[in-house]
Design a protein around this ligand. Structure first.
Ligand code: GAR
Length: 196
């Protein structure tokens, strides 16, 4: 049983999660990367880290349901039990949500419910607010709306530029996301032991 990461872009969170899971010897390994973008840098990272990667493009399928069914088959073949979204820029549909209830987790670069959707870091910077941050939450049908698992604030100072803010947010993400994933896995393992 193991973890699949879904990503669409540069993959810094993917890389960080894989490395932390290995260094800290989590009870669950990152077995798969699912990517929807053919030119995403994360595909290259998966190769370097020797994580099996599948490029699954929605345009190759007649419907969202068919696209997600194809993903689901792969997840089931590989015994995946946790789905970790790390910059996966697509709404998860009912096919995957029903197959993984409370087992799909997302990271979003703002203090939700502020600034949901795309370009959240830029929106906070331009708004402007003094504090933004990072949210980790379970995924539901909505756009960045599921139950919140953890949040960490990131302050925006007078001297921050969008670039420095992006760096600060990524640092906060890289600290928080693996910590929360590890906690979820450990909590689940404890419950399973109690049940037996
Ligand atoms: C991260 O900042 C993540 O929070 C964001 O995409 C970035 C991916 O970076 N996700 C969203 O905005 C989801 N709504 P990465 O590819 O370097 O991990």
């Amino acid at each position: 049983m193991s973890i699949a990461v879904f990503a669409s872009g540069s993959g810094s969170n993917f890389k960080n999660i894989v490395l932390r899971s290995r260094v800290e010897a989590w009870g669950r390994a990152v077995r798969l990367l699912i990517c929807d973008q053919p030119n995403a840098k994360v595909l290259q990272l998966a190769q370097e880290l020797q994580v099996t990667a599948y490029l699954i493009e929605p345009s190759s399928y007649p419907s969202k349901k068919a696209y997600e069914k194809a993903i689901l088959e792969i997840l089931q073949e590989h015994g995946i039990e946790w789905v970790i979204l790390a910059g996966y820029m697509r709404l998860v549909g009912t096919t995957l949500l029903q197959a993984f209830p409370k087992r799909i987790v997302n990271i979003h670069p703002s203090l939700l419910p502020a600034f949901p959707g795309l370009n959240a870091i830029e929106k906070a910077f331009l708004h402007p607010v003094k504090v933004t941050g990072v949210t980790i939450h379970f995924v539901d049908e909505g756009m960045d709306t599921g139950p919140i698992l953890a949040q960490v604030p990131v302050s925006i100072s007078e001297i921050d530029t969008l670039e420095t803010l992006v760096d600060k947010i990524h640092q906060a993400e890289h600290n928080l996301y693996p910590t929360i994933i590890k906690q979820l896995i450990e909590t689940e393992t404890k419950w399973r032991r109690k049940e037996h």
